[in-house]
Design a protein around this ligand. Structure first.
Ligand SMILES: C[S@@+](CC[C@H](N)C(=O)[O-])C[C@H]1O[C@@H](n2cnc3c(N)ncnc32)[C@H](O)[C@@H]1O
Length: 374
């Protein structure tokens, strides 16, 4: 099955593609919560200042720009892939670029309307709402398009605590739009929350929503315990999160260049902070990016990777596969990819598409580390 790229709305239709683009894409760039919100948002006052938060694949941003040419739209997100998707889909529909604010910065209001997709991470949701409420106009409303299966009691209670009473639209194709009229909109936006903890000699700090924000992930710990041995000069930490693998690499190979890449702005900011506060900033560089798209072929001799197993809320290996493909292109002929993953994900069979030599390292009941060469 290939994906449908036409989203039908009462006001017309939009072309939307999901990123990363794949030859046999089976996933759509929107869900029925996006579709319901766009259907409901037919009458918006011209000149309204709209803040769109956490749009997944640009469906809402493209839809709002196409349907309401007079509004002032700002998109706020932690995801570089979502930013690229918005750009791509606006181009596909011959629409101008939309203003984008990275999650670490706070968008400057006042905004008359906020349309927000709730992120998976409650810490990020809380951080974003606390920072955006002071940026609202006095009579602003906030709409939350959501799939019913994602609206559990803990999310509902958190939203009510942060926004006051919520009302809900009727459900259409298993989606609803929640709405709130936050009242306490005065004051200044707080700075983003940063949480820190200690792992061995490292102090690790995290902006909200960053992977492993409460404790070291068991998989990362297993890779740290089975770290590559050898003399490496150009090391990449693919999907660097808080940068823990980069910090360990900088300590292990003091003369190597270490580059961490992540698609989350909050992750890249956390990794930079961690390199500074652990006195390793001179050896480490961190970049925002989609896998290794921006890196030259055969430009690394070691790649460390603890791949994500979901994209937004969709569980799957699509991102892990994109990472393995990029790693194989960017590694030098004798280079090594070290991957850690949950045993049940079956990475061994998948890695064989790109790597001839795959050796398992260490023993763990739940995780596996693979050393891969071409
Ligand atoms: C399982 S976490 C690993 C984090 C860290 N390396 C560790 O071991 O604790 C996977 C990371 O991949 C990042 N990621 C997801 N999709 C990505 C993409 N397309 N390009 C780069 N990084 C991505 C996520 O933001 C997340 O930080």
């Amino acid at each position: 099955m290939t994906q449908d790229i036409e989203l039908a709305l009462p006001q017309g239709s939009l072309k939307l593609q999901r990123l990363p683009l794949r030859r046999k894409q089976t996933l759509q760039a929107w869900d029925s919560a996006d579709q319901l919100a766009l259907t409901q948002l037919q009458d918006i006052k011209p000149d309204s200042r709209i803040l769109l938060v956490n749009d997944h694949f640009g469906a809402l941003g493209t839809g709002l720009s196409a349907l309401h040419k007079q509004v002032q739209l700002t998109v706020w997100s932690d995801s570089y892939l979502a930013r690229q998707a918005l750009h791509h889909n606006c181009q596909l529909n011959q629409l101008p670029a939309v203003k984008f604010v990275e999650a670490v910065a706070t968008p400057q209001g006042p905004f008359d309307l906020v349309v927000m997709r709730a992120p998976k991470s409650h810490s990020l949701l809380q951080d974003q709402i606390k920072r955006l409420v002071p940026q609202l106009a006095a009579d602003a409303s906030l709409l939350l398009p959501i799939m019913v299966k994602h609206l559990d009691n803990s999310l509902y209670d958190l939203l009510t605590k942060l926004l006051g009473p919520l009302s809900a639209s009727r459900a259409v194709k298993k989606a609803r739009v929640l709405s709130a009229q936050p009242t306490n909109v005065s004051g200044r936006s707080p700075a983003p929350v940063i949480k820190s903890w200690q792992y061995k000699d490292f102090t690790l700090s995290h902006y909200s929503g960053v992977y492993g924000r409460k404790r070291l992930d068991e998989g990362s710990q297993f890779l740290l315990e089975n770290f590559p041995k050898g003399d490496f000069k150009r090391v990449i930490d693919l999907g660097c999160g808080n940068g823990i693998l980069s910090l360990q690499a900088a300590k292990t190979w003091p003369h190597a260049q270490i580059l961490g890449v992540d698609e989350s702005y909050m992750a890249v900011a956390s990794a930079k902070l961690n390199a500074e506060q652990n006195a390793l900033a001179a050896a480490c560089e961190f970049q925002i990016g989609n896998c290794l798209a921006a890196l030259a072929t055969k430009s690394a001799d070691l790649i460390l990777c603890n791949p994500p197993f979901h994209q937004q809320r969709v569980v799957g290996d699509q991102l892990a596969m994109a990472m393995f493909a990029d790693a194989s292109r960017v590694l030098d002929t004798q280079g090594e990819l070290w991957v850690v993953g949950n045993r049940h994900l079956g990475y061994h069979a998948k890695l064989k598409r790109w790597f001839k030599h795959i050796e398992q390292q260490g023993k763990h009941p739940k995780f596996v580390v693979f050393k891969c060469r071409k």
